[in-house]
Design a protein around this ligand. Structure first.
Ligand code: ZN
Ligand code: ZN
Length: 526
């Protein structure tokens, strides 16, 4: 019935449709039907995926279903491949394009459907340069060219759910898991009651489950969204912490590559033998875990286990991703340790255990969407467990099992969680019920940034229903060697914040060495 509903939308004009289905419910097969219908009508189809690494498994799946390869579009293409793809899209001979965000702007001649797979993915929102949210651009394109947009997700964004509620988006829901696969059982591990050994990160109850999987010859996945070995290195003698010289960020130790790296600007340095502050040797200690450190702990516990670390450091190309998928399917890997790169898309029937190392990690920081994003991410990774005929188990390690996010995950009551989140946003007039914009002023010289930010603050317009906070140092007070000041604008839903800011900043001047960027909440682009 769901597939029929989507098929009928093809050729019937503009309509955004949320395809809402739990992981493993066969969303892809369902929207493939809509793709087939669009092709039958001689239209071009664009399928947007959040990760380049996902493209390879997706392409083979597509090819199995349609008997021909779609055109892939991503940053990894060689210039000749790029030119060929561009021409095929422009002359209409490319029927289906599978690509990353930038494929939205290709010169299609007869586009008739856009599918945004895993529509909530934050990676769809470009953080640098032009600010746009792929989901919203896709919807806009469908609006102007009068065709449907399918937003496929297991855990839709609150903004998207809200659009369904007010009747602007249609919704198609898939509730059952595909075939006979069961939803995995999710259990919280209270780290205050069941703590790991000192300088270790796997709780005894999680280790017991991994034991059972090793015994049964089934695969396990340990999820920690942190690359490298340790997020912080400090000197035991004087307490010196290694900070990036260009950013307000710690240098992350990457032991496999023998270096410390900044994840914001890419600055790298070899791990020094002596502390630069007190000069003592061999005093540096790693604090906290990254995936590499979890891999070490696994190697210590299971010296014979075959393991794979999956992060953007190890899976940097579609070919590497394909090799990982092949090894998993062939049963050549017992335990996977990975970042968010492993949370989506993959389908491994023999993977029956997922351990979330630190469920509290995503809740830190003042991000408005922290709880929502945590829920989405952990649901996604939990969805990797038990996709075949064997049931899956998910253990979620946390220091606060009573946190609403954790309780919702364990009880499986996502809708109640989203309702509570939505109510909280409504009460605080936060997006999508209000508007939020950030004005970031950056300069190589701190004084320049502060002066321009202060001038912008002084010139703020007085408008009913709009408040301006700041300027204050941005959460990342320094990034790539530039000092950053931020003003936050909070306004009522009905206010055209973009127009107000345009007029406000348009009346001001600042030196060319100072950069001012505006990030309006993506919701307002719709
Ligand atoms: Zn020291
Ligand atoms: Zn840096």
């Amino acid at each position: 019935a769901a597939a029929k509903q989507l098929r009928e939308a093809i050729g019937a004009g503009f309509q955004p449709i949320l395809l809402d289905g739990v992981t493993g419910s066969g969303k892809t097969e369902v929207y493939f039907d809509a793709v087939a219908e669009a092709l039958r009508r001689g239209k071009q189809v664009l399928v947007l995926l959040p990760e380049i690494a996902l493209t390879e498994p997706f392409l083979s799946r597509f090819t199995r279903r349609f008997g021909c390869e779609p055109v892939a579009w991503h940053s990894d293409l060689r210039a000749s491949q790029r030119r060929r793809a561009w021409r095929a899209i422009a002359d209409g001979s490319a029927k289906v394009v599978v690509g990353a965000r930038s494929s939205l702007f290709l010169p299609y001649t007869k586009l008739g459907l856009i599918v945004v797979d895993e529509a909530h993915e934050a990676s769809f929102k470009q953080e640098e340069g032009v600010q746009y949210h792929a989901r919203d651009v896709a919807v806009m394109r469908g609006h102007f060219e009068a065709f449907p947009i399918i937003l496929a997700s297991a855990t839709p964004a609150i903004e998207t759910k809200h659009m369904v509620e007010i009747g602007r988006y249609a919704e198609v829901t898939l509730t059952e898991r595909h075939a006979d696969a069961q939803m995995p059982e999710i259990r919280a591990v209270d780290l205050t009651q069941d703590p790991p050994l000192r300088q270790h990160w796997l709780a005894p109850s999680l280790i017991k489950e991994i034991d059972a999987n090793m015994e049964a010859g089934e695969q396990s996945l340990l999820f920690l969204n942190r690359r490298g070995f340790a997020p912080l290195t400090l000197c035991r003698t004087c307490g010196h912490r290694f900070q990036c010289p260009n950013c307000t960020a710690w240098m992350v130790e990457h032991r496999l590559m023998h270096r410390l790296a900044c994840h914001h600007c890419g600055h790298v340095m070899p791990p020094p033998a002596a502390c630069p502050e007190c000069g003592e040797e061999d005093t540096l200690v790693a604090c906290g875990p990254g995936v590499e450190r979890i891999a070490d702990e696994v190697a210590e516990l299971y010296p014979d286990a075959r393991t794979a670390v999956v992060t953007s450091d190890t899976i940097w190309s579609p070919a590497r991703a394909a090799e990982f998928v092949r090894a998993m399917e062939a049963g050549e890997i017992d335990i996977v340790i990975g970042t968010q790169l492993v949370t989506k898309g993959y389908h491994f029937p023999n993977l029956t255990l997922v351990g979330v190392i630190d469920a509290d990690l995503g809740l830190q920081g003042g991000d408005l969407r922290a709880a929502e994003r945590s829920f989405q991410q952990i649901s996604q990774v939990a969805g990797r467990a038990g996709r075949g005929d064997k049931p899956g188990r998910v253990l979620v390690q946390t220091h606060d099992p009573t946190a609403p996010v954790i309780e919702a995950l364990v009880s499986g009551d996502g809708p109640a969680f989203f309702e509570a989140e939505t109510d909280a946003r409504r009460a605080a007039a936060m997006p999508p019920f209000g508007r939020l914009a950030g004005i970031v002023v950056s300069a190589a010289d701190q004084g320049d940034a502060e002066r321009v930010a202060a001038a912008i603050g002084r010139a703020k317009p007085t408008i009913e229903g709009m408040a301006v906070y700041g300027p204050a140092p941005a959460p990342l007070a320094m990034l790539r060697g530039r000092h950053r000041q931020r003003l936050l604008v909070h306004a009522e839903r009905k206010l055209d914040v973009q127009a107000v800011i345009r007029e406000w900043l348009g009346a001001l001047d600042w030196p060319a060495k100072v950069r001012v960027s505006v990030d309006v909440d993506p919701y307002s682009f719709v």
